[in-house]
Each structure stands twice: as C-alpha cells, then as structure tokens.
Design a protein around this ligand. Structure first.
Ligand code: GLU
Length: 278
C-alpha cells in the first residue's frame, strides 16, 4: 500500500507550485495524507491553515483524516531529541547568528576556509569544543541554546551506506555536507529535519513526494532515520513549476496564489491545465 503525504507550511497562501506538489502526492498514493508543518509558531497562521484545506478541496483533492498538525506533537519530537542525547550525539550551541558569521569570517582568513553546505556556510563547530562544565554553567545561568547534531559522531555510529531510493534509483546519502545541523532551535523545540523525519515514520508514509529543492534535505533525514531506528520511505523528488521567467514559484516573491487565480475566475481545470495535469 503506497502512502503519500502533502506537507505544506502555513506561512502563506498556496500557489501553483503547491497545487502541483499536492497533486503529485495525491495521485501517487493509494492512501493520501495531509500534514500541516506549523512548528514555526511565529510564522504559521490559522488563516493559512484554513485556506490550505479550502484550496485543496477546491482543486478536488481528498485526504485521509485526521490531518497531522506538527505543533501538537512537540512532546514526540522531544523524545527523538532525548534518544539522540542519550547516545551522546547532540550538543548545546549558544552561538548567535552574528557570532557564527564572525567565526566563519575569521576561519576564512585562515588556511582552511569554512566549507559551504546546501544551506550556506557550515557551522564552524565553536560550541562542539566546550567543556562539560562550561556547558552546564552556561545552561544554569539561563543562556538560550540550540541543539546541534555532532555530525562526525553521528556518522561514526552508522555501519552501512545510507542508501535511499529516488524514483527507484539508489543514492547514498552524504549528510556531512550539512555539517552539525540544528535539530532544536533556540526558540523552537524541534527543527524541520527532525519533525519531518519523525512524522513520516509515525504517519507510515512509504513514498515521500516533494520538490527537488528538498533533495539535499533527504541526506540529513536519511541519517536521522538510521540514528532513530526509523524506516526509510521511498522518495520521488519532482520538478518545480516555474513562472514565465523560469523562476520557481515562491511565497516570498508574492507568487500568484490559488486564491487570487480563483478570484479572477480560474477554475480547478484551468489550474490543472497550467501544471500539465489535465
Ligand atoms: N513543509 C515543507 C515545505 O512546505 C515541505 C516538507 C517536506 O515535504 O519534506 O516546503
């Protein structure tokens, strides 16, 4: 039984690119689930959650109930973090963005320049080197901190190649390209990678369909599956729908939303035609 999901973040109205992603997931799955990725409570809005339901129903999609709301599962993500913590794979990071940028600039002057990962320059590892005493005293003093994965230690626990399948082709994950990723932010008890990995397992998703812009994220998520003893789904990263200028649709650029198109008289069939699905 193929189980797929569409997992939008309710930080804006859905656009054509979302319609395509939702349609790919719905048509690939024998069971089709919906997950609202609202862990970032500072940016998520109820208004957008309701609009997601409304827009998807308007497009003619039907999903299984209940819808999983990530914000209701922080206790589960905390268990995942405890598991990694028990295995000694996490460390608290007290650095501010500014401190990290300064450290990277300093390293750039040294012979071994900081490397660049898919999300930008890698964390230079400043807090990885702190002594246990210093960590404890800073935590006791109320300093806020993120939790980072010690990538080298994590990889040392992995005994076999981290294989995953994308469109049936085998790939070997190389999560080290991300360096010591954040798994719990200073202001949020879970990161995108942790929540997605745990949720896909909890929801029994067997095929993750999503845009190819998230292909590199799969490297980290594959590692987390291994560390947390979770199953590995199949993947099918799909092309991104681009606008007339060849740029991907994005909330930030104020891409035309399904709402606006609908308000201007577009029908669901028009949208399907536009994304090549009708
Ligand atoms: N919530 C993510 C997004 O809206 C997608 C997560 C995923 O498919 O892994 O981009």
């Amino acid at each position: 039984m193929i189980v797929t999901r569409f997992a939008p973040s309710p930080t804006g109205f859905l656009h054509i690119g979302h319609a395509y992603a939702a349609l790919v997931a719905a048509s690939a799955g024998e069971r089709f689930l919906l997950r609202i990725e609202d862990i970032d409570q500072g940016r998520a809005r109820d208004q957008f959650v309701n609009a997601i339901f409304d827009d998807l129903a308007w497009l003619g999609l039907r999903w299984e109930m209940p819808v999983r709301m990530q914000s209701q599962h922080f206790a589960e993500y905390a268990k995942g973090l405890s598991h990694l913590q028990r295995d000694g794979l996490l460390y608290p990071c007290f650095c501010t963005r500014k401190e990290i940028a300064e450290e990277i600039a300093r390293a750039g002057e040294a012979p071994h320049a900081a490397s660049i990962g898919p999300d930008g320059p890698l964390y230079p590892g400043t807090c990885r080197e702190l002594s246990e005493e210093l960590r404890e005293s800073r935590i006791a003093s109320g300093a806020s901190y993120a939790l980072r994965l010690d990538m080298q230690k994590a990889l040392a626990r992995v005994t076999a190649p981290l294989i995953f399948r994308d469109h049936g082709c085998e790939h070997i994950a190389t999560p080290e390209i991300f360096g010591d990723v954040v798994l719990a932010r200073k202001d949020l008890p879970a990161s995108y990678h942790l929540a997605v990995t745990m949720d896909d397992a909890t929801q029994g998703v067997t095929l993750v369909t999503r845009g190819e812009d998230l292909f590199s994220a799969t490297h980290v998520q594959r590692l987390l599956q291994e560390l947390l003893a979770l199953p590995t789904p199949d993947y099918a990263h799909h092309r991104l729908i681009v606008d007339a200028a060849g740029k991907k649709f994005s909330k930030r650029d104020g891409a035309v939303t399904l709402r606006e198109l609908r308000a201007h008289g577009a029908t669901p069939e028009d949208i399907l035609r536009r994304i090549g699905a009708a």
